[in-house]
Write a protein that binds this ligand. Structure first.
Ligand code: CA
Ligand code: CA
Ligand code: CA
Length: 243
């Protein structure tokens, strides 16, 4: 019980002190050697499937500077390729092409149309424990103060959206140590100016809110270098997050 609380505090301090909303492990920073190997085949597929008025975009959390990510989306042990690009003059310009290797060729099997106009977060994590990684996309929508969150997973070869919500800041991590990823959405109520966090995890096959974290009066958790001890009052029920 205590562990969840401590981990959460640690995560929150990292988040607020660094002003960065993701925590990266050394593995995340390594350039996947497989991408080098597969680049030619993927480039051929991109030329074939991508419309002409498009340009590649590099996801904000991608440290190897590539617009192609290799991720096992269906859990068969082989990586699929996700190609990030944008289409000119579209209301929802950001797209992610999903390619699967069939024999020696990469085939276009699905596509994600990102909500909004700008990527804020891109993560690949196992949320549902059902093999394969989910695609977690945080994005900014024009004229909207908060950010949009969508989670996709692959079902029968198609990318399906399994969850959507909004956030001001987001923590995407295994908060309770059960090897599955939880989502902690930090939100600001713009009328009362109070901040709160909503904790989501998989339950009975669906991503459900299992707890709410409140912040003390007048606390501004989104301000960097805030005094966390004073800011956060986490209900003891959060400790049951691992159930
Ligand atoms: Ca796969
Ligand atoms: Ca999964
Ligand atoms: Ca977990």
């Amino acid at each position: 019980m205590k562990r969840t609380f401590t981990m959460l505090l640690l995560l929150l301090s990292t988040l607020f002190i660094s002003g960065c909303s993701i925590i990266e492990s050394p593995e995340d920073l390594a350039i996947p050697p497989k991408l080098e190997e597969e680049k030619e085949g993927i480039r051929r597929a991109i030329e074939e499937y991508l419309p002409k008025n498009t340009k590649p975009i590099i996801p904000p959390t991608d440290d190897n500077g590539s617009y192609i990510k290799l991720v096992d989306l269906d859990g068969d042990g082989e990586d699929e390729a996700l190609v990030f690009y944008s289409v000119e003059l579209e209301d929802r310009p950001i797209r992610i092409l999903v390619l699967k290797k069939e024999g020696s060729e990469w085939e276009n099997i699905s596509e994600i149309k990102v909500v909004g106009q700008e990527l804020d977060e891109v993560e690949f994590k196992d949320i549902d424990g059902e093999g394969g990684l989910e695609v977690i996309i945080g994005s900014k929508i024009k004229y909207s103060l908060d950010n949009h969150l969508s989670v996709y997973n692959m079902q029968d070869g198609e990318m399906k959206r399994i969850f959507k919500n909004s956030y001001d800041e987001i923590i995407i991590d295994d908060l309770d140590g059960n090897k599955l990823t939880e989502l902690l959405l930090l939100k600001l109520d713009r009328e009362t100016e109070k901040s709160y966090g909503e904790l989501y995890k998989i339950q009975d096959g669906e991503i459900k809110q299992i707890d709410e974290v409140s912040f003390n009066d007048n606390a501004r958790p989104f301000a960097p270098n805030g005094n966390l001890e004073a800011l956060i009052s986490i209900p003891s029920s959060l400790a049951s997050a691992s159930v």
